[in-house]
Design a protein around this ligand. Sequence first.
Ligand code: DHB
Ligand code: MG
Length: 223
Amino acid sequence: MPSHDDVDAFLTETLVGSDPTLDAALRAQHDAGLPAIEVAPVNAKFLHLLTRIAGARRVLEVGTLGGYSTIWFARAVGTGGRVVTIEAEPANADIARANLERAGVAGRVEVRVGRGADVLPTLVDEEPFDLVFIDADKESNETYLDWAARLGRPGTVVVLDNVVRGGEVADAGTSDSKVQGARRGILMLGSDPRFDATALQTLDRKGWDGVAVAIVVDSSPGR
Ligand code: DHB
Ligand code: MG
């Protein structure tokens, strides 16, 4: 009986393929000692396709890490598009900038260094974002979702990573702060009138996890 790793390998080989630029980006972040918590290739391709399906030209990412998902977003928005990505750790941002440069997409990506809670308010005067990907410190999920709604518009796609965490999200009594953050994110997506959302469990090379996908809806009174 094939394992889920066998399935992940088959799907990745068949539908995602490999790409020297992305391989180099992963090698660079691995060699620099960054944790291997970037999105799995099948998940990265999902985000890339979602961006194209939504016709998104402006993408906001919270949590750059080494820029692997950022490259996928940058390719999805095309030459006229823009990605703003926020990274709290300056050393990670340096790796990401080098990876984006090597990928030939640095011109359409702005890497902003700082904590999300500090950087996000500085984006209020920008044009609304069409898609927001939240993949940072899980404890701050509610803050990031709030900003995603504020910096988006009705129709903006919001994706929240790591919402299942090996199934622990179903444990209301969890003492793990990251799981608590995942739970609070899901609860907010289910109750905040600005969102309509669902979540899918995923089983890929990173194990059992999940991703929430939401749309920002017009919740203004008298709509
Ligand atoms: C963790 C964070 C992630 O964004 C991820 O995809 C997997 C794990 C973590 O902090 O544990
Ligand atoms: Mg993640």
